[in-house]
Write a protein that binds this ligand. Structure first.
Ligand code: SAM
Ligand code: DTB
Ligand code: SF4
Length: 329
């Protein structure tokens, strides 16, 4: 099957609306055609600057506009980031993702993040950052420093977007993704379900992602973690099968992408998670914490992997590492 970037919305809707078991079955078939079964890519997240964010994302604990009771923290020391990255590697993560509560990085932040990328990369981990909007120059400097992935989510459909964020536009997000792509980095972009949107918005989000000129290599599908004090604190909980449908359709229409079972996993039973893997999810965040909210810790994940017979994917050696190996062989 060739990878398509010309999906029509009605086709995606037809996939989404089919009987649940047919959808999951098809997603697992596509998954096994393109990926090794039973293998999950594991990332660890670290917040390098927490809270007091000027943006107004209505789901977020870190927006300065809501009283979420979150304790803000200034930029943490690079040495601390490196020691956390070492721990993440020892516990089986192949990628280390660093997040900052910024609208965008300022020039004064660039030496800080560039040094961090170089040092985390030198540990043999894949590197990922999520720092808000980037311009072309920032993207190319991050890429030159060795950043492998940049995470920037579309979050929801274009139609529902203004209900969730007003301080940056949907097109601003697409521009950042363009800069990341043009700088030669891999794109990590997905969204959140359970924001009070309709099924049509989940389909709209999937349609936007699957019609990007190149599919994101990594697609996180978050389920809203309701945060007290934010406008979405009391939104009605979305049924878990809708989350799994979103994952399954993402797997079918973006067959080469890693689909990440992302925020919200803490609220899922082991069997719900097994169903999400069956639907083609093959990546997750491990560790006690996401950015500010709790996550299934390493121990719980190890037990789940053992129970289901899953293996954590090893980091893939970069082209540079492969050529060094060939020279020393
Ligand atoms: N400030 C940067 C930005 O917005 O691009 C990076 C960090 S931001 C926390 C990364 C993503 O996490 C958001 O785009 C959103 O999809 C997800 N997220 C944030 N808060 C969440 C919540 N309460 N529940 C589920 N997902 C959430
Ligand atoms: C993504 O899509 N989900 C992660 C990561 N990218 C940066 C963040 C989830 C954050 C969940 C809420 C929190 O811990 O603050
Ligand atoms: Fe800021 Fe990112 Fe949270 Fe939006 S999602 S308020 S940009 S930290």
């Amino acid at each position: 099957m060739t990878v398509r970037n010309d999906w029509r919305r009605e086709e995606i809707q037809a996939l989404y609306d089919q009987p649940f078991l047919d959808l999951v079955f098809e997603a697992q078939r596509v998954h096994r055609t393109h990926f090794q079964a039973n293998t999950i890519q594991v990332s660890t997240l670290l917040s390098i600057k927490t809270g007091k964010c000027p943006e107004d994302c209505k789901y977020c604990s870190q927006s300065a506009r809501y009283d979420s009771k979150l304790e803000a923290e200034k930029r943490i020391a690079v040495e601390k980031v490196i020691s956390e990255a070492k721990e993440a590697k020892e516990s089986g993560s192949s990628r280390f993702c660093m997040g900052a509560a910024w609208r965008n990085p300022h020039e004064r932040d660039m030496p800080y993040v560039l040094e961090m990328v170089k040092e985390v990369k030198a540990l043999g981990l894949e590197t990922c950052m999520t720092l808000g909007m980037l311009n072309a120059d920032q993207a190319s400097r991050l890429s030159d420093a060795g950043l492998d992935y940049y995470n920037h989510n579309l979050d929801t459909s274009r139609e529902y977007y203004d209900n969730i964020i007003t301080t940056r536009t949907f097109d601003d997000r697409l521009d950042t993704l363009d800069h990341v792509r043009n700088a030669g980095m891999k794109v990590c972009s997905g969204g959140i379900v359970g924001l009070g949107e309709e099924r049509g918005d989940r389909i709209g989000l999937l349609h936007e992602l699957a019609t990007l000129p190149i599919h994101p290599e990594s697609v996180p599908i978050n389920m809203l973690v309701p945060i007290e004090g934010t406008p979405l604190a009391n939104v009605e909980k979305l049924d878990v099968t809708e989350w799994i449908r979103t994952i399954a359709v993402a797997r079918i229409i973006m067959p080469h992408s890693y689909i990440r079972l992302s925020a919200g996993r803490e609220a899922l039973s082991d069997s719900d998670q097994a169903l999400a893997f069956m639907a083609g999810a093959n990546s997750l965040f491990s560790g006690e914490k996401l950015l500010t909210t709790p996550n299934a810790g390493e121990g719980k994940d190890r037990a789940l992997f053992n129970k289901l017979g899953l293996t954590a994917e090893k980091p893939r050696p970069s082209a540079k590492e492969l050529s060094v190996d060939a020279m020393t062989a």
